[in-house]
Design a protein around this ligand. Structure first.
Ligand code: COA
Length: 651
């Protein structure tokens, strides 16, 4: 069965995962039936969907009225009615193997032979679940994250007998509902995200148990120094300390004494009002940057995380890219663990693990064979030019925060690819754009188009979470903007959604800007006690004049695309339906234009802008004189006289 054959979806379970999955599937346009065992459960799940759709509509996050989405959702308590016509069934029942076996053996009977049977389990092996059917080849894991409406990631897990076709269709389906799938190619406990995330809480708990660290200091350091959205103890309080405890017991892993003590005292986190923090008076964990400590040995945690990632790669469970995507989208990591390992140096990681292993003799510090192999081969990370990823020249480099596509006609598309942070501009992203523009063969490029991944933002500015890692002597935020401004080909920003702060500056460094009417522009830096740092003060004043530039920068609020257009900040504000077409027309003109003349035009306009007019005119006439002697000029003139389209070759 391929994606085209999937017309109808059934979701089994109306709890928090079941109703969330149903909602996401229906938003994407599929008719869906949500089934649970009791009418009240189904009704309550349906009400939750109604509530959530209203919220999404208020925030303008769905294109339709909630009622139109609801029209595609049916509910029932009758399993047969739910699944008979379904081409894809997603089971989201409680995590009990016996129960899942009952469900899947019924599915074997009730569904048509081709239907894909997916389980949203997060803790049971897909292979075990599939045992209840005679057709385990069509059973696959489809692990959504909570809440499905907000979380972009879905792990697509192969059971032992899952066919390529089943997994590929599941993967394509996930893409079709606007989520990001990653393949988990072997049915390992915890799949990818929870496996790699495990040491985040576990190692921190060992460190506290051993008296090596303090809870608050650990959390503050991991957040403020290392950029994680939450510290390990705050996270554990949120998910429930007993949950992590159970996972370790089931996996036969030792439990850190501090966890054991909390479970014994029934202090399980938020849900009991006390965990590592107290929650009686609100939300508890109020640690601040000053609680972070240089003494806190974060490398113990990160080394184990990188080690888990290496193990999964070595066992061919997932690629480095899939792991990084998984942890960024599924766990909110500021960057993937493989990328981070490459930055720290895999030799440093290995050394840390070896010294911990020597000290404690515990299996959790045993370095993975894959990690050892990389280090032995000299593939120790970014400094060595190769590690989990490649850092060589041009085509050999693996980018982790941007996607690039160079089309045959010379269009270079650069997608800012951090949708989980609204494409916020991190030091890595700047570095990768500078590298790409600096190494790509200019002769092959006729136009560069920047856009943002996801449907919410071009870019919401500099990545605020990476500010703490900045060394003021090292940071040169201007570099990326200069590289764009000085790139010898026309550059276009294709803007759909938030275009703020550093993202706004990136768009301003481009030559042309086309935006949807849904877009918003602003410089929120002032709200953070900052000013724009990537040319925003200078480019804006030249483009808009004093009053408007100062309004944007002083007030820090956002303006609509219509206003941006009337101010001359962007070239066009267009309705979303016409967006691709209008951008396409801009691109077509530029891509087929005469490369040398466009380069000169860009240079003369940019250089001349800051000169007095006579110097500017001098630049212009020099360029004009040079262009008169190009083959392209001859071609343009001949084509005009022969009444045909010119074919410029940049000569
Ligand atoms: N840096 C880092 N992360 C950012 C970010 C930024 N500049 N802008 C957004 N994000 C992250 C959010 O933290 C959030 O992550 P989470 O889901 O892990 O919490 C995610 O992107 C989605 O943003 P969210 O704030 O939940 O969306 P929203 O629709 O409620 O608000 C904005 C959108 C753009 C108004 C809001 O994100 C914002 O104000 N961002 C900061 C803009 C800014 O100050 N930029 C200039 C920096 S110098």
């Amino acid at each position: 069965m391929t994606l085209e054959d999937v017309d109808r979806v059934a979701v089994l379970g109306a709890g928090s995962m079941g109703h969330g999955i149903t909602e996401v599937v229906a938003i994407a346009g599929y008719p869906a039936t949500m089934r649970d065992v009791e009418t009240e459960l189904v009704e309550s799940g349906y009400e939750d969907i109604e509530w959530s759709l209203e919220k999404l509509a208020e925030k303008d996050r769905i294109d339709e009225a909630p009622a139109d989405v609801l029209d595609r959702i049916e509910t029932t308590t009758d399993l047969k009615a739910a699944v008979t016509d379904a081409d894809l069934v997603i089971e989201a029942a409680p995590e009990e193997l016996d129960l899942k076996h009952d469900v899947f053996s019924d599915l074997e009977e009730l569904t048509h032979d081709e239907a894909i049977l997916a389980s949203n389990t997060s803790s049971l092996p897909i292979t075990d679940i599939a045992e209840a059917t005679d057709s385990p080849e069509r059973v696959v894991g489809m692990h959504f994250f909570n809440p499905p409406v907000k979380m972009d990631l879905v792990e697509v897990i192969y059971g032992e007998h899952t066919t390529e076709e089943t997994a590929e269709t599941a993967h394509a389906f996930v893409e079709s509902i606007d989520r990001t799938p990653i393949y988990v190619r072997k049915d390992v406990r915890g799949f990818v995200v929870n496996t790699v995330l495990g040491p985040f809480g576990d190692e921190a708990a060992w460190m506290v148990s051993e008296g090596e660290a303090d809870v608050r200091e650990a959390d503050a350091t991991m957040v403020h120094e290392r950029g994680y959205p939450m510290g390990p103890f705050e996270l554990s309080d949120m998910t429930g300390i007993d949950v992590g405890y159970q996972v370790r017991r089931e996996a036969g892993q030792p439990v850190p004494p501090v966890v054991e003590a909390k479970v014994d005292a029934d202090e399980l986190g938020r849900k009991t009002g006390v965990g590592y923090y107290e929650y009686d008076d609100g939300d508890g964990a109020d640690y601040a940057p000053e609680d972070a400590s240089a003494e806190f040995d974060w490398l113990r945690i990160e080394a184990r995380i990188v080690n888990e990632a290496a193990d999964l790669i070595g066992d061919e469970v997932a690629t480095a890219e899939a792991i990084d995507t998984g942890l960024r989208l599924g766990a909110g990591f500021p960057e993937g663990p493989c990328r981070r390992g490459d930055k720290i140096g895999l030799d440093v990681v290995l050394e840390k693990l070896e010294s911990l292993h020597d000290e404690y003799g515990e299996a959790r510090y045993e370095p993975s064979a894959h990690l050892r192999g990389l280090v032995e081969d000299g593939r120790t990370g970014e400094d060595a030019g190769t590690g989990f990823f490649e850092y060589g020249e041009a085509d050999e480099r693996d980018y982790t925060t941007i996607n690039r596509t160079l089309h045959d006609d010379g269009l270079l598309e650069i997608q800012l690819d951090r949708p989980e942070r609204l494409n916020a501009i991190s030091p890595d992203l700047m570095d990768e754009v500078v590298h790409l523009l600096g190494t790509v063969d200019h002769d092959e490029v006729r136009c560069v188009l920047f856009e943002g991944a996801g449907d919410r933002a071009f870019s919401a500015g500099a990545d605020i979470t990476s500010f703490s890692g900045y060394d003021p002597h090292e940071v040169e935020p201007g570099e990326v903007y200069r590289a764009i401004e000085e790139f010898p080909r026309p550059t276009i920003a294709k803007i759909d959604g938030f275009c703020l702060g550093g993202g706004h500056e990136l768009a301003l460094a481009c030559d042309l800007r086309v935006a949807t009417t849904d877009s918003e522009f602003g410089f929120p830096e002032i709200n953070l006690g900052l000013i724009p740092g990537g040319g925003g003060t200078q480019r804006t004043v030249r483009m808009l004049g004093d009053a408007r530039a100062k309004e944007l920068i002083y007030r820090g609020n956002r303006i609509s695309a219509e206003r941006a257009e009337s101010w001359g900040l962007i070239n066009r504000a267009v309705e979303p339906e016409e967006f691709d077409e209008v951008v396409g027309a801009f691109v077509d003109d530029v891509v087929s234009g005469p490369p040398i003349a466009l380069r000169k035009a860009k240079r003369v306009i940019n250089r001349g802008r800051d000169q007095d007019i006579s110097a500017g005119l001098e630049l212009e006439s020099q360029a004009f004189g040079i262009l008169l002697e190009t083959d392209d000029m001859m071609e343009g003139a001949s084509a005009f006289m022969e009444d045909r389209d010119p074919e410029f070759e940049g000569r």
